[in-house]
Design a protein around this ligand. Structure first.
Ligand code: NAP
Ligand code: ZN
Length: 352
């Protein structure tokens, strides 16, 4: 075991503070990544503030990790010391079930191991996330990052926000001739707009924030709708192939389902704990509409997304902060006051 330094939540509503813990010694298939940047996902807020249950404090969030490989195990073939590497929400899975066999490790039938909020199989210890100086991970759960060094901080959010939108966009075949809606233009949603546009779908942003309308066009939206304006929504009834809703607050699913054309799909990715307002049966059955959910993405599709983004020059719009600003950042995320993702410069982590 070796000692890692981290920035941890000591309790649900106490400020983050330095914390040290042990990470496992490298096994043959492990690599060690020295973390350069870590994005702040709204999931980190849900986790650290115990909105998803007791996180077993001190809690170390962070699953949008980009860094440099500093050590490799004896059986490692994909990485060498000095390479750039990323880690998203997953660090392990069973590798044998049909979901793992299809490269959909996030749906592992025995439960994938999360970068945080899980127990590490190798040690039986809790997993600790990326608000830390380094991570040890099996090479098969690390991603190649092809972005320029200057864009590494802005690439970090691709590891969760990017893949969480990419996976449903690809699964439901967003592309030319398809009309795609993205609801909630935060960390996830702004990546959804960029990716749907890059996939050549007709892209419509839904926002509650009038101040984001111009920005949504810059991000790639062909049209922007204020989601609290019933008249604006009514003008788009029966027209969408796909709508991806990233909002964690309770949503009126009937209102969004009515915007789908026949066989269209409303995909929920927001992970709040409030119940949604259920759709009317006739809204669903008269046009064979579907409501679905989607969780992050598998390792292969995460690599596909990272390669696509590197090739097309796609990154996240970020605000780079030091660890001392994490508490303020959490409050601003809850207030929808960030354009569009906070990323922590891990060089600011105290390691003395
Ligand atoms: P975020 O940056 O806070 O963005 C959420 C956006 O939702 C806000 O920017 C805001 O956009 C809109 N919004 C906020 N409150 C709202 C309300 N009361 N009514 C309507 N719209 C509201 O959060 P995020 O990091 O994108 O994450 C969003 C959710 O996805 C979280 O619950 C997170 O845990 C979850 N998540 C799920 C997965 C998955 O695998 N499915 C992965 C990552 C995260 P506007 O200002 O444009 O309205
Ligand atoms: Zn996330």
């Amino acid at each position: 075991m070796t000692t890692a330094h981290a920035w941890a939540a000591p309790a649900a509503h106490e400020p983050f503070a330095p914390f040290t813990f042990e990470r496992r010694t490298l096994e043959p298939q492990d690599i060690r990544i020295d973390i350069l940047f870590c994005g702040i996902c709204h999931s980190d807020v849900h986790f650290a503030r115990a909105e998803w249950g007791d996180p077993h404090y001190p809690a170390v969030p962070g699953h949008e990790i980009v860094g440099r490989v500093s050590e490799v195990g004896t059986a490692v073939t994909k990485f060498k010391a000095g390479d750039l590497a990323g880690v998203g929400c997953l660090v392990d899975s069973c590798g044998h079930c049909h979901s793992c066999g299809e490269g959909l490790e996030q749906y592992c039938e025995t439960g994938a191991t999360g970068t945080y909020m899980s127990v590490e199989k190798q040690s039986g210890l809790p997993t600790y996330g990326g608000y830390s100086d380094y991570i040890v991970v099996r090479e098969n759960f690390a991603l190649k990052v092809g972005h320029d060094e200057a864009n590494l901080a802005a690439a970090a959010p691709l590891l969760c926000a990017g893949i969480t939108l990419w996976s449903p966009l690809r699964h439901w075949k967003a592309g030319p001739g398809k009309k795609v809606g993205i609801v909630g233009i935060g960390g996830l949603g702004h990546m959804g707009v960029k990716l749907a546009h890059a996939l050549s779908a007709h892209t419509v942003a839904f926002t509650t924030s009038p101040g984001k309308v111009e920005e949504c066009h810059r991000l790639g939206a062909d049209e922007v709708l204020i989601s609290r304006d019933a008249d604006q929504l009514a003008a788009h009834a029966n027209s969408f192939d796909l709508i991806i809703n990233t909002v964690s607050a309770s949503q009126d699913l009937d209102m969004f389902a009515k915007l789908l054309k026949r066989d269209g799909t409303l995909v929920l990715v927001g992970a709040g704990t409030e119940k949604h307002i259920a759709p009317d049966a006739f809204t669903m059955l008269m046009k064979r509409r579907s409501i679905a959910g989607s969780a992050i993405g598998g390792i292969a599709e995460t690599q596909e997304m990272l390669d696509f983004c590197a090739e097309h020059g796609i990154t996240s719009d970020i605000e780079l902060i030091g660890v001392d600003k994490v508490d303020v950042a959490y409050d601003r995320i809850v207030a929808s006051d960030v354009k569009y993702r906070f990323v922590i410069d891990m060089a600011t982590l105290p390691t003395a």
